[in-house]
Design a binder for this molecule. Structure first.
Ligand code: SF4
Ligand code: SF4
Length: 224
């Protein structure tokens, strides 16, 4: 079966609901699972780091790319199951980077993960950060689909190029075979019926091998 035969029914076209699932829901999950981390991030995002813009990006973004005035950032999950801390890290990152840019006199318009105003996965693919999973999400060559994206519109002159080249999704179809919605039989994935089990993310083999471990070690990050 070709992925082009699948129909995707979006969760909602309601921008308020999209923003809820991208911001408030992960925050509530994190508050429930790790209240200490939640509070630490709430404090950290109000502070301005003592470093320059480029050093900050190199240290705190796992990967990055650029399309014109839009910087796109990859924040990998630190677990193979859903990682609400990745959302907290992305929001803290955007808040602190915005402060640094404005302090240096540049414009800074942050784009949240799941921003309703842009399709960050499609833009990330165009910026060379990976390719599309059958679900239309970014599959990164080192992190697989276990990531979230954020963005920043700015007039800062720094040019961001992805750290790693190459594809990500190999079309193995494991994510579709194991999805409880049985998309290989129904030829449909309804995100409104998604059970948020994250099986489709956990089973993906991309980002679990030796290449991924070596790449993470190169930039001083731990594997899972
Ligand atoms: S999270 Fe679970 S139900 Fe939702 S698309 Fe992935 S595998 Fe299917
Ligand atoms: S599980 Fe297979 S088909 Fe699904 S995103 Fe990963 S490589 Fe692609």
């Amino acid at each position: 079966m070709k992925r082009s035969t699948l129909t995707f029914i979006p969760l909602s076209n309601d921008l308020g609901k999209i923003r809820f699932f991208g911001t408030l829901m992960p925050a509530l999950l994190l508050l429930k699972q790790a209240p200490g981390q939640f509070i630490r991030h709430q404090i950290r995002r109000r502070l301005t780091p003592r470093m320059g813009v480029e050093a900050y990006i190199q240290q705190y973004a796992d990967d990055f790319g650029q399309l014109d005035d839009l910087w796109i950032f990859v924040h990998r999950w630190h677990t193979t199951t859903f990682d609400p801390l990745a959302f907290a890290r992305a929001h803290t990152f955007l808040a602190q980077l915005g402060r640094l840019l404005r302090r240096e006199g540049y414009e800074a318009e942050p784009l949240d993960p799941l921003s309703p105003t842009v399709n960050l996965p499609q833009l990330a693919i165009r910026a060379g950060l990976g390719n599309a999973s059958p679900y239309g999400l970014l599959t990164h060559p080192i992190f697989g689909p276990r990531l979230i994206l954020s963005g920043m519109r700015t007039n800062h002159p720094l040019q961001l190029r992805p750290r790693w080249g190459g594809g990500g999704c190999t079309d193995c179809m494991a994510c579709l075979k194991l999805c409880p919605q049985k998309p290989l039989e129904t030829l449909e994935v309804n995100l409104g019926l998604c059970q948020t089990c994250a099986i489709c993310f956990a089973v993906c083999p991309t980002g679990k091998g030796r290449r991924a471990r070596a790449a993470l070690a190169e930039i001083g990050r731990d594997a899972f």
